[in-house]
Design a protein around this ligand. Structure first.
Ligand code: NAD
Length: 238
């Protein structure tokens, strides 16, 4: 079966680098110790079982910092594409900076700090924005509320939907991700052969095939790219 590319569709695959200039540390920068706990202990079901109070406190702090941060020029530029294009953002980020900049279609494949959920597999979700989750606060199914974050070993969310969007986009922008975490990283490989494919990052060990590498800060490179794409949309009449 051949895939039909939608000329007005843009998919943005974003990672923690797009939020770095809003003051949130990237995965690599944050990948050390937090109060003497290694990252793996804070982002795994096993860690949650061993010391839920510590894991809860860690995400409460991250949620508070993410909520205090402001969208930057890269988030704003991506949001400004919407009048001219259908834009779908597939993000590994757990902050809400794309939405807060005005983007309306955001798939959080690694979950969202702004939501809490129960601990059982029955997934009730509650919107909490920047508020902390207290230990002892229960989901309606009686289980302890935890952050709605995809931990190591848990299944990513919205993957099939993300894949469908990537394969049908005429333009694909990868920004601020080292493409090291699977299966999120694999999505870039599914961009259509005919799609314009751009990667914005400070550094990249291996640029995926077919991508043009724009090395530099997201807040500088993304607005420049977006300005070109908006001008192209205007020229082709929209
Ligand atoms: P990563 O740390 O592996 O890679 C970040 C990439 O962004 C690097 O390639 C780096 O060169 C680039 N970068 C850094 N600053 C940049 C800037 N100003 N402009 C452009 N590029 C910049 O991060 P990742 O690939 O997103 O790792 C994935 C994991 O980290 C995910 O699981 C995600 O859930 C988690 N995470 C999310 C957040 C957040 O929501 N803001 C923060 C930290 C970690």
């Amino acid at each position: 079966m051949t895939t039909t590319v939608q000329p007005r569709k843009i998919v943005v695959l974003s990672g923690s680098g797009v939020s770095a200039e809003s003051g949130l540390p990237t995965f690599r920068d944050a990948n050390g110790l937090w109060n003497n706990h290694p990252w793996q202990e804070l982002a795994s079901p096993e860690g949650w079982q061993r010391h839920p109070e510590t894991v809860q406190a860690f995400y409460n702090e991250r949620r508070q910092k993410a909520w205090a941060a402001q969208p930057n020029a890269a988030h704003a530029a991506i949001a400004s594409l919407e009048p001219a294009y259908e834009v779908v953002i597939v993000t590994q980020n757990v902050d809400a900076l794309h939405e807060r900049a005005g983007s309306t279609q955001v798939l959080h494949i690694h979950g969202e700090l702004a939501y809490a959920r129960g601990t059982s597999p029955r997934r009730h979700r509650y919107r909490i924005d920047g508020a902390p989750i207290e230990m002892g606060r229960l989901c309606e199914d009686g289980t302890q509320l935890r952050p709605d974050i995809v931990w190591f070993g848990e299944s990513v969310q919205h993957f099939d939907e993300a894949l469908m969007h990537v394969t049908t986009a005429a333009r694909v922008l990868v920004v601020g991700t080292s493409l090291a975490v699977q299966p999120a990283a694999s999505l870039a490989r599914y961009a259509h052969q005919s799609a314009e494919k751009v990667l914005v990052s400070l550094e990249m060990e291996q640029v995926p095939r077919g991508f043009v590498f724009m090395r530099g800060k997201a807040t500088e490179q993304v607005p420049a790219l977006v300005a070109r794409w908006l001008a192209e949309a205007q020229r082709t009449g929209n």
